[in-house]
Structure formats: structure tokens, C-alpha cells
Ligand binder design. Structure first.
Ligand SMILES: C[S@@+](CC[C@H](N)C(=O)[O-])C[C@H]1O[C@@H](n2cnc3c(N)ncnc32)[C@H](O)[C@@H]1O
Length: 298
């Protein structure tokens, strides 16, 4: 029910088991997100704006609406509202250092002049990861000779992607992880925000894409940053996504995961690089053409 004083929906009735099941199933099947009973507060806080917009009394009413035919756009809004889009430039630093000092020189040396190296930021959010990689490449472009780079940032959520394409960040966002000399070199102050330079912006393209979908249309990648998204998935979904990713990677390609993520116990299609946390090489699978392997379902 809408409280006329605050115009905000009161989250009145306790969430029924059936309504919880509707929401949890929708989130898992559409985005991989696992929501346990202990996360009901998260449903309440993240979905309150949708309740307000749709003039729904509570989550039970939302679940009921989602079960009606023609609720696809609403389901999509629910999925996007439940995503966690936090990101920052050069997050955790180490993976970016490894990319700069190890991956990039090695892959550049292994590719013929004129080749294009493809880099995928697989849960790109508002673009900080893709643009961090672009800045590294811009800073080291002489070393790449005439090889080209293509950075593809994808995400399931449209709002952060729109921000990524815009390339405008708040003062707070540019103060998190971005070295000041890169801020000065590649950003322009606009009132209270900072706009990334055209040079860096045009190095990355952003596309809406669900990691649970068919990855093959994305093509083959030399480097994949898939950071801080697998943590939200269950084991079977992690396996499915990682194995589909392995099939899209060059044999000498590299995968970077987030600090709380691993392939260990999840798939043998990637092998940790000795001495490097969170960096994985593609494991050899007999003589099979891995790109032709069918995607395994969860
Ligand atoms: C916490 S952010 C990570 C951003 C960045 N990779 C980083 O580490 O800073 C997680 C992102 O994963 C996206 N995401 C969640 N489920 C997804 C899915 N099934 N397919 C594609 N992106 C997804 C969310 O929308 C969110 O923007």
C-alpha cells in the first residue's frame, strides 16, 4: 500500500514463500544471481523503486504481477535493479599490473604485426575496468608496434552501460584507484564531474550482454577480465560460464578473476598461472578444437 504522506510503498505484508520463490527463480534463471532467504532485505531495498513506479503494495504484489503474462519488461527491470554495479578504476591494482607487465608484452610478442588483440571486460558495469585497460594500452602503445587492440565491455544492466558509454565520473569515482597523473592526462573536469578523453573512450565499446547466454557471437578473445561477478552465481552456473568463456579464448589467452573468485573445483578448462593470484591460462584439452566444443548446460 502507498503511504500518502511519503508517497512511498510500505513494505507491509511479510514476503510469502511463493512470492520469494518467484523472485528467487526469476533472478537465478535470468541472471544467475542467487538470493537466499537471508537476503530478503536486499530484495526489499533494491526493489522499492520498482514498487513505487508500478504502484505495487509490496513484494508479494510484485511477484503476482511477474507471474502474469506480458511481464517481460518488468522482469528485466527487477533483474537490473538487483545487480551490484560497484566498480572502480584499477580495482585491486595487481591484475592491471600483471596485464601491463606480463600479459600484454607476451601476447604482443606472440601476435604478428597488424594483428588485433581482443580484450573482454565481461561484467563491465560503468566502464572503469575497460577504461583502466585502455589507459594502460594508451600509455604503452609504442611497445605494441602496429598491433591493434579492441576492448569490449559487456554487462547485463543497461544503466551502468549507459554511464560507461558516456565516460563521465564523479569526483569520488576518480579518486578511487585512478593515479592522479592519469586523471590529469585522460580526463577533463566538467563542473563537479570528470569526462574521459575521446582517445580513451573510443578504445572501448560497450554492449548489453548476459553471461548466461551464448558467448559465441562475441568472437574470440586474447584476454578476459571477468571480475567480481561469478561470486553472485552458484557452482553450476560458474562452471557453465567459465567453460563457455574458455571456448572463446585464444589458446595462449589469459583470464583475470576477482579477489574472491577462483576456477579451482569449478572447471579444469583454466589453469592458475604459477605464482599469480587470480590469473588463469586456458588449459589444453587434448587435440580437440575447443572453440567447436558444445556449451554444457548447468
Ligand atoms: C560488481 S560489478 C563488477 C564490475 C567490474 N568487473 C569490477 O570488478 O569492478 C558486477 C557486474 O556484473 C553484472 N552482471 C551480473 N550478472 C550478470 C550476467 N548474468 N551477465 C552479465 N553481467 C552481469 C552486473 O550488472 C554488474 O554490473
Amino acid at each position: 500500500m502507498i503511504n500518502p504522506a511519503t508517497k512511498s510503498p510500505a513494505i507491509a505484508a511479510p514476503l510469502s514463500g511463493a512470492a520469494f520463490a518467484t523472485l528467487a527463480t526469476l533472478l537465478k534463471t535470468r541472471s544467475g544471481l542467487i538470493v537466499g532467504q537471508d537476503k530478503i532485505y536486499l530484495l526489499e531495498t533494491r526493489l522499492v523503486n520498482i514498487l513505487r513506479k508500478e504502484k505495487l503494495a509490496d513484494l508479494n504484489a510484485l511477484a503476482e504481477r511477474l507471474n502474469r503474462p506480458g511481464a517481460d519488461a518488468l522482469a528485466r527491470d527487477v533483474v537490473e535493479a538487483m545487480t551490484t554495479n560497484e566498480s572502480f578504476f584499477f580495482r585491486d591494482d595487481k591484475p592491471f599490473q600483471h596485464f601491463r607487465t606480463d600479459a600484454m608484452p607476451r601476447l604482443v610478442a606472440a601476435r604478428p604485426p597488424g594483428a588485433t588483440l581482443r580484450i573482454w571486460s565481461a561484467a563491465a558495469s560503468s566502464g572503469q575496468e575497460a577504461y583502466s585497460l585502455a589507459m594502460i594500452l594508451a600509455e604503452n602503445k609504442l611497445a605494441a608496434g602496429d598491433r591493434r587492440f579492441e576492448i569490449v565491455g559487456t554487462d547485463i544492466a543497461r544503466d551502468p552501460l549507459a554511464r560507461a558509454r558516456e565516460g563521465v565520473y564523479t569526483q569520488f569515482e576518480v579518486q578511487r584507484g585512478l593515479p592522479v597523473q592519469l586523471l590529469m592526462k585522460y580526463f577533463k573536469k566538467e563542473d563537479t564531474s570528470w569526462r574521459i578523453s575521446q582517445t580513451i573512450r573510443q578504445m572501448a565499446q560497450f554492449r548489453e550482454f548476459n553471461l548466461l547466454g551464448d558467448l559465441r557471437p562475441l568472437g574470440r578473445f586474447d584476454v578476459v577480465f571477468c571480475r567480481n561477478v561469478l561470486i553472485y552465481f552458484d557452482q553450476a552456473t560458474k562452471t557453465k560460464v567459465l567453460e563457455a568463456m574458455a571456448a572463446q579464448m585464444a589458446p595462449d589467452g589469459l583470464l583475470y578473476l576477482g579477489g574472491a573468485e577462483t576456477v579451482l573445483g569449478i572447471t579444469s578448462r583454466f589453469a592458475p598461472l604459477p605464482g599469480e593470484r587470480g590469473v588463469y591460462g586456458v588449459a589444453t584439452v587434448g587435440n580437440e578444437n575447443r572453440a567447436a566444443l558444445p556449451l554444457r548446460s548447468a
